[in-house]
Ligand binder design. Structure first.
Ligand code: HAS
Ligand code: CU
Length: 562
């Protein structure tokens, strides 16, 4: 069957990819199971911020913080990492028509699942209620740190395989530029390799030895800095698989084409350069980091906003091309002409819409002075439920609506319910975000067991009753969204029907414009050079502060709070 990719036409025989499909499906299903458990705890968090304490319904939890740890780790760390591994392995394999090393891939999957189970033991046993940021001196069990380390190792193994496949392809095609989807995937995996250094050093060098009693304490500032070295770029590790879909697949689903191939590459290249050297924007209030360096990171953060702005315009232009092709007229008439009945498309458009507000909030956070107003308040969870919780998650929903049938040959269960899942998730998250941003402006703290405060403290939030009620309402809407979505997922996975080969949805590869800018595309293809520049920027932005922190450590013993 002929398949048009962003950079040309290639022939594929669909079933040659059976092994790659199976490992990809294993990753995606594991990701979705993590989301199911992590997501199911979400409404309890929303009700908590609505002042309603329902934790009594969860007798297996010892504390609010144990639930919050489970929620954050499963959704933000496990769901995203496993989904990326499945998607950004399978798409480049198909894009390159490549033969992946399957033993390696199953090995990486096994390591990831082992990590998930080991970390799970720590969390469920309430030995590691340290939240998904695991800041020392909060003290977790070794199983927690070791399990997470294995999940990271597993993801790096997938990245290494995708990078290897590109090198093999390049040897065979020395004169061609890397196809778009592979280019984007490889840039993402290279960025993740650079980004994960911080968490690897922190976990392997400090937290694991500490949890085994081999170190007396850990310096909180050093550990936080290493965490955020990875913790900021990790948000693009979550976001960029969604961008791959927005650039390379959604235009086709919309009925058009990508407005510019080189602009898509440029956006990804900018993420490679600017994702990492910005982590101090999570530490504006930390003592021990000179204000000048915080300012440098604040400015570099504005740089990393640019590729998203670029994306907004390129994707909007691509959608306009599609809408006009479908007969849409006038300034905004093309919007109505888009295929809104297609759940996969609609989920992703709603994800984009939410990201406009999530991104705007990010710029507020990144502003050195405005950050003081919102830091450590409910505003921040408001921000990241629009970004990772909606832009990314809802895009992944949309992807599964074609990918699960594609991988399993099962028909999508109840497409109309899938559409309902997309809309209810979107509406629920928008309501949640309004409630949380608003509470944040009224100084309601994040990570607070607000529904169970002593009366004297609760009085302090008496003026936040309206946004608290708004947040509680979102918990109800999101409960329905989860039920709808997982009904579709399990209905599809366990369907007794099998699609005829001709009816199995193909990967919706988009064609693209501006492919004649060959020189520019090849210039951007020099990934070794760009990676060198990225490393240089990181050394400049982090080097002096990290060296000084390493030389002046003040180890603090750990404690368990809950
Ligand atoms: Fe953030 C905190 C700054 C993006 C996630 N962020 C967080 C935390 C998380 C997170 C999880 O500078 C909390 C961490 C913790 O636990 O403490 N963030 C930014 C900035 C951006 C940004 C500048 N964040 C993200 C993304 C995330 C994410 C993406 C996850 C996936 N964030 C911060 C800062 C903090 C922070 C500070 C620390 C705050 C503190 O004090 O603790 C930028 O990347 C955003 C750029 C985005 C845009 C939007 C572009 C819009 C697009 C959509 C186009 C729409 C179309 C649709 C085409 C400029 C691309 C048209 C169709 C229609 C129907 C209209
Ligand atoms: Cu950040």
């Amino acid at each position: 069957m002929a398949v048009t990719t962003a950079t040309g036409v290639r022939a594929h025989a669909v079933d040659t990819f059976g092994p790659a499909k199976r490992v990809s499906l294993a990753y995606i299903v594991t990701a979705l199971l993590a989301l199911l458990v992590g997501g199911a705890l979400g409404p309890f968090q929303a009700f908590n911020y609505g002042g309603i304490d329902l934790y009594g319904l969860l007798p297996f939890l010892q504390s609010y913080y144990q639930g919050l740890t489970l929620h954050g780790v499963l959704n933000a760390l496990v769901f995203t990492t496993f989904f990326n591994a499945g998607l950004l392995f399978y798409l480049p394999v198909r894009d390159l028509n490549a033969k992946p090393a399957m033993t390696w891939m199953w090995g990486s999957y096994g390591i990831g699942v082992a990590g998930l189970v080991i970390a799970g033991i720590g969390i469920i046993g309430n030995t590691s209620s340290v939240l998904y940021t695991f800041y020392p001196p909060l003290y977790g069990h070794w199983s927690f740190y070791t399990g997470l380390a294995l999940v990271v190792v597993s993801s790096l193994m997938v990245g290494a395989e995708v990078i290897r496949l590109r090198l093999v392809w390049r040897k065979a095609n020395p004169d061609q530029a890397t196809p778009l989807v592979t280019y984007m995937s490889v840039v993402l995996w290279m960025m993740w390799m650079l980004a994960s250094v911080g968490i690897v050093v922190s976990v392997v060098g400090f937290l694991i030895p500490w949890s085994f009693g081999l170190r007396e304490g850990v310096d909180p500032l050093l550990a936080r800095t290493l965490f955020w070295y990875t913790g900021h770029p990790i948000v693009y590790f979550w976001l960029l698989p969604a961008y791959v879909s927005w650039y390379a697949l959604v235009p086709k689903q919309a009925g058009g084409e990508l407005a510019s191939d080189p602009l898509g590459r440029l956006a990804f290249l900018m993420f490679l350069l600017f994702s990492v050297p910005v982590g101090f924007h999570h530490q504006f209030t930390d003592p021990g980091i000179p204000a000048g360096w915080k300012m440098v990171h604040s400015m570099l953060t504005m740089f990393v906003g640019i590729p998203s702005m670029l994306t907004a315009f390129t994707i909007a232009a691509s959608l306009e091309i599609a809408g006009r092709r479908r007969g849409g007229k006038g300034v905004l008439g093309w919007l109505g002409a888009l295929p809104w009945k297609n759940a996969s498309f609609t989920a992703q458009i709603l994800a984009m819409f939410a990201f406009i507000f999530g991104g705007a909030g990010g710029i507020v956070n990144a502003s050195f002075n405005l950050n003081m107003l919102v830091h450590n308040t409910a505003w921040i969870p408001g921000h990241f439920h629009l970004t990772v919780g909606t832009a990314v998650t809802l895009t992944f929903f949309g992807i599964t609506f074609w990918l699960l049938p594609h991988l399993t040959k099962k028909p999508l269960f109840r497409p109309r319910l899938a559409l309902w899942a997309a809309w209810t998730w979107f509406v629920g998250m928008m309501i949640f975000a309004i409630g949380m941003h608003w509470q944040g402006l009224l100084a309601v703290p994040r990570r607070a067991y607000i529904s169970n405060l002593p009366a004297a403290l609760a009085e302090g939030y008496a003026n936040a009753q309206v946004p608290m009620a708004v947040t509680a309402v979102s918990g109800v809407v999101l409960t329905f969204a989860l039920i709808f979505y997982f009904t579709v997922v399990f209905g599809t996975l366990f369907s007794r029907k099998t699609l005829a080969d001709a009816d199995v949805p193909e990967i919706p590869w988009s064609s693209a414009r501006n492919l004649k800018s060959v020189g520019l595309i090849k210039f951007m293809d020099q990934l070794n050079v760009w990676m060198g520049l990225a490393i240089f920027l990181v050394l400049v932005a982090y080097g002096p502060s990290l060296v000084s922190m390493l030389l002046n450590q003040v180890p603090v013993p750990g404690f368990k709070l809950w």
